[in-house]
Design a protein around this ligand. Structure first.
Ligand code: MN
Length: 231
């Protein structure tokens, strides 16, 4: 293709057990998908899932065994952590039935849905889009993707986040209001999923602020953990 400038290399995430990378197509995120977090954000009950997106190049790969620098973003005074199970789609589709959803999954990773909470809340109050609060550069840290066959019983995995070695978020994936298959079903009714899509499935209770110098450790049992330092 003849292009007027060189296109940027696409975002990609390492895959556990191979040198091949997972090329990222889109990043979808689920809002308020754990009951205790929905409560802390002012909601109650099982409302229908809702979605937002981040640009694919918001991915920040956290290499195993390293402390990855996480740049503190501009404009905010309230950068929040949200640890999340990330589902990596390997086979696309639309209107995917709940009992067919598992076939579309390539694997899973630990991710962070970093949030400029003050800007998100400003936009919410004005009825405006959340993009500035959610879709900024480096807002989607992620660890290597574990292929689903190697990930164990992900629906019952423990999920946690520590900041400076203090536990901030701790739950299990079975506490999801909309589980992985239901999320894929609902999401694929709104968008045709493609290989390379990542789904950040929502965060448990305990979200809070981090500042430069803080170290974040995200863990999900069966997956490779991540460690980042806010700089
Ligand atoms: Mn989130």
């Amino acid at each position: 293709m003849n292009t007027v400038f060189l296109p940027a290399p696409g975002a990609a995430v390492p895959v556990v057990g191979t040198s091949a990378q997972f090329p990222v197509h889109r990043i979808y995120c689920v809002g308020r998908n754990y009951l205790e977090h929905a409560k802390e954000m002012g909601q109650s009950g099982r409302e229908p899932p809702f979605f937002f997106m981040k640009p694919a190049d918001a991915v920040l790969v956290a290499e195993p065994g390293c402390v990855t620098p996480l740049p503190y973003p501009s404009l905010t005074k309230n950068l929040h952590h949200e640890v999340e199970l990330v589902v990596a789609i390997g086979t696309g589709g639309k209107n995917i039935a709940v009992d067919q959803a598992e076939k579309h999954i390539f694997g899973y990773a630990v991710g962070l849905d970093m949030t400029r909470r003050d800007l998100q809340n400003d936009m919410k109050a004005q009825g405006r889009p959340w993009c500035i609060g959610k879709g900024f550069d480096h807002s989607a840290p992620i660890g290597p993707i574990t292929p689903k066959a190697a990930a164990g019983d992900i629906n019952h995995a423990a999920i946690s986040l520590q900041v400076n070695d203090a536990m901030r978020q701790h739950s299990t994936v079975e506490q999801l209001i909309w589980n992985i298959a239901e999320t894929i079903c609902q999401l694929s009714a709104a968008w045709e999923l493609q290989p390379g899509d990542l789904i950040y499935t929502g965060t448990p209770a305990g979200v809070g602020a981090v500042v430069p110098g803080d170290t974040l450790k995200g863990s999900i049992s069966g997956l490779t953990g991540i460690e980042l330092k806010v700089v």
